[in-house]
Design a protein around this ligand. Sequence first.
Ligand code: 16G
Length: 236
Amino acid sequence: MNEPIYITIQNDIKREIENGTLQSGDLVPSENELKEKYNVSRMTARQALNNLVNDGYLYRHKGKGTFISKRKIEKNIHGVRSFTQEMAAMNRKVSSKILKFEKVASPEKVAEKLFLAKKEEVFLIERVRYGDDTPVLFEQLYIPVKLFKSITEEDLKSSFYHYVETKMNLQISHCIQSIEAIEIPKELTEYLMVKEHTPTLLIERNTFLTNGRPFEYVKSYYRGDQYKFVQHAIKG
Ligand code: 16G
């Protein structure tokens, strides 16, 4: 059976994005142009464009037309890299906004993950992180106070991993992490500037030093329309 024509239109546009004929910010052909080119109804042309918008390849600008989206950020999930390093590797400008920086008694799960005594003090840090001024990630981070006695809010405006490695001279070794697809929690929609129900990738991560001690427990919420996770794997 032949594929439906709207799929052909979608694939043609995707191919032009892949080979660079269409680049982020470019205007895509209008429904009328597609109608002429493929000899289809306006409905069919609209369906193809709607699907590409829903899949994040295109976005609409009211009154101006439909445009090619920025390519998704590809996050490697096989290494332990900081947000700052990831953005630098993609030539994106990094910035962060600290929403919370406070000392709290560790919740039970956090104490367990950080090898702490019940209710031992931790810093709770919440940050919105930006790539090229777009909010792409929300992070809720717990770190032991006894390990990071003199860390300040200012230190967390730039790279936390840089602080750990260069200011504290500690060696980061590995992490244990899980990845889950969720809807954006309602309270984060405003910070990440997305609509309710937006698909989000949640990584829960416990990261360790070379001495075997855990130094962070973090929940990172990645905008699903901005991120794609990539992994290299070896045949087992
Ligand atoms: C990433 C890490 C997070 C770490 C942060 C440090 C994941 C899932 N999370 O967001 O654990 O605390 O980078 O970034 O990869 P920074 O050094 O730029 O502050």
